[in-house]
Ligand binder design. Structure first.
Ligand code: ADP
Ligand code: MG
Length: 249
């Protein structure tokens, strides 16, 4: 049995502005287990990022409960890689440790080992502008992992990349998260990406987001995200989620 890390219970969020209120999410509940990879899909503007922002503590919830079943640290990787162009790759990866006063020799060694394992060590003294989009996403992931979070929140991590790089980097990101033994929640609007990478896919309605359905993804011969796309039952999940999302063509 996997350990339950976090329960999200009847979570709701209403943004208040001077003129009106916007209800972003309504009564969202799900559990997160250790080593789970959960994807959240839903239409643009429905409230996906809002859920991650609340989990990361960047936004306050309006209603509901977040129950942490143990002491957990959370790492948040944003859509845009947001690397500092004036810092080297190594210095970008160390920034979180620097600003939180955790830049010990040991933590620096850990970052260097991640750069080595994931093919970025030779670029450690280079600057972000000399790296491809996919490599920069890997750097952003290593910068997040440097803080040794228990849970990783990924907000559309591949959306700035062209479709070819998206496939490759989804394999990379998946491999890194699994090898490092992390638990992850990823927001995406790409149904294939969600099915191919996840243990569970949560489908949201349009705003205010409520959970329409939660799918347990049990692909035949499950392997890497790219290979999973040709799994025999991939298309049945795709069609079901596509219908849930009520996409009109
Ligand atoms: P998604 O990530 O699914 O595209 P968001 O969670 O970013 O959606 O936004 C959900 C809704 O909440 C949108 O209508 C958005 O305009 C609104 N919203 C998001 N952040 C704020 C904010 N800080 N203040 C007011 N409204 C916001
Ligand atoms: Mg968003």
């Amino acid at each position: 049995m996997k350990n339950k890390l976090l329960s999200i219970v009847n979570l709701g969020k209403v943004y208040q502005s001077k003129v009106d209120e916007i209800e972003a999410i309504h009564d969202v509940s799900f559990d997160l287990y250790e080593n789970d990879f959960i994807s959240i899909v839903g239409p643009s503007g429905c409230g996906k990022s809002t859920i991650l922002s609340i989990l990361a503590g960047l936004e306050k919830k309006s209603t509901g409960e977040l129950v942490f079943h143990k002491d957990l640290s959370i790492g948040y990787m944003l859509q845009d890689d947001s690397l500092f162009f004036w810092r080297s790759i190594l210095d970008n990866c160390l920034i979180g440790l620097e600003v939180t006063g955790k830049l010990t020799e040991e933590n620096k060694e850990y970052v260097i080992s991640l750069l080595k394992t994931y093919g970025l060590y030779d670029f450690k003294d280079k600057y972000p502008s000399s790296l491809s989009g996919g490599m920069r996403q890997r750097v952003a992931l290593i910068r997040t992992l440097a803080m040794k979070p228990d849970i990783l929140l990924l907000d559309e991590p591949m959306s700035a990349l062209d479709s070819q790089s998206r496939l490759a980097i989804s394999d990379d990101i998946y491999r890194i998260i699994k090898q490092e033994g992390k638990t992850a929640i990823m927001v995406t609007h790409d149904i294939s990406e969600a099915i191919s990478m996840s243990d569970k896919v949560i489908v949201l309605s349009k705003r205010p987001a409520v959970i329409k359905k939660i799918y347990e993804i049990n692909l035949e011969n499950k392997s890497t995200p790219i290979n999973n796309r040709s799994s025999k039952n991939f298309s049945s999940y795709y069609e079901a989620i596509w219908r849930d999302l009520d996409v009109h063509i």
